[in-house]
Design a protein around this ligand. Structure first.
Ligand code: C5P
Length: 293
């Protein structure tokens, strides 16, 4: 039996733009992505009795191929020459279960990175990303991590200069959102405001944290039902009042995050929001994940 412990890292969208609907039903995206040190923990074990066994600490999560971690393992093990003699996955969730932080995609990516190492497969990051793309649109980015531009469905990746060191406060309000429904809502309207992606890329190039934070924007914020949008704005206001350089919603939400230059200010925001929202976290930006497991 062989065992490996791997971390799955949440992602944020420093910006998110939807360029249009494609013939395959997906949408072309233009997003600046950032990994943060808010993690799930996975334990992978090979040489067990059953082809695939999975358990998680959250009873309501699927523990079969409907869980992206198991789906990724099945994809990986279907590749020619991959032998594991039975696989067990134990998943300890900390990342909120919501689409905005790609928690499921992060778990899938961690399984791909972990199995590659555990089974000594020697697959390239590019190959892992290709397998990941069959599991979910954000899995290729989650394989690579760090700061990156994601285009196409989300799988066309360009590494970017790292986000300057900063502190991140993440806060998930209690409501949930449907990713397909938010995409549908965007299809039905003309997008009036878009992120200045070129300006954001220039700010990253110049290592200018305040400029990065000032340019963060997510087009999904405009199609939230108004009561939800008000709650998102209220969280942003708390972040800004406590010194955030900028605040935005991540992905299709509902998690909101703020970037802080100063740790004390981030702690102040974290404490204030934690009084109101159980799922509030303080984290740091994290670089490329292919060098670490
Ligand atoms: O690929 P994934 O399963 O993560 O996508 C979930 C849903 O999000 C898709 O079924 C689709 O409705 C929507 N989506 C999209 N365009 C993308 C990514 C996701 O329309 N680029």
């Amino acid at each position: 039996m062989s065992v490996i412990e791997v971390k799955a890292y949440a992602k944020l969208n420093l910006s998110l733009d939807v360029l249009g609907k494609r013939p395959d039903g997906y949408h072309d995206m233009r997003m600046v992505m950032q990994t943060v040190g808010l993690t799930d923990q996975l334990r992978l074990e090979t040489g067990t009795d059953k082809p695939l066994r999975m358990e998680t600490n959250l009873g309501f999560l699927p523990a079969d191929e409907h869980n992206l971690a198991a789906a990724a393992a099945l994809r990986m093990c279907a590749a020619p020459g991959v032998e594991h003699g039975g696989l067990s996955i134990r998943l300890l969730k900390t990342i909120p279960v919501c689409p905005g932080l790609a928690g499921g995609g992060a778990d899938a990516a961690a399984v791909l990175r972990g199995l590659n190492q555990l089974l000594g497969l020697g697959l390239s990051g590019q190959r892992l990303a290709e397998i990941g793309a069959q599991v979910g649109s954000d899995v290729p980015y989650c394989v690579m991590g760090g700061t990156a531009l994601a285009e196409g469905r989300g799988e066309v990746l360009t590494p970017l200069p790292p986000l300057p060191p900063c502190h991140v406060v993440l806060c998930k309000p209690a409501f949930s959102v449907s990713t397909p429904e938010l995409f549908k809502a965007l299809d039905g309207c003309r997008i009036c405001r878009r992120p200045d992606t070129a300006g954001l890329l220039a700010a990253l190039e110049g290592g200018d944290l305040p400029e990065v934070a000032r340019r963060m924007y997510n087009v999904f914020e405009d199609v939230l039902p108004s009561r939800r949008a008000q709650e998102i704005d209220a969280i942003k206001n708390v972040l800004i009042q406590h010194g955030a350089l900028g605040a935005s919603m991540s992905g299709t939400g509902p998690t909101v995050f703020g970037l802080f230059a100063r740790r004390e200010e981030a702690e102040g925001a974290w404490k204030a929001l934690r009084e109101l929202y159980r799922e509030t976290f303080l984290a740091e930006a994290v670089g490329n994940l292919l060098e670490q497991v």
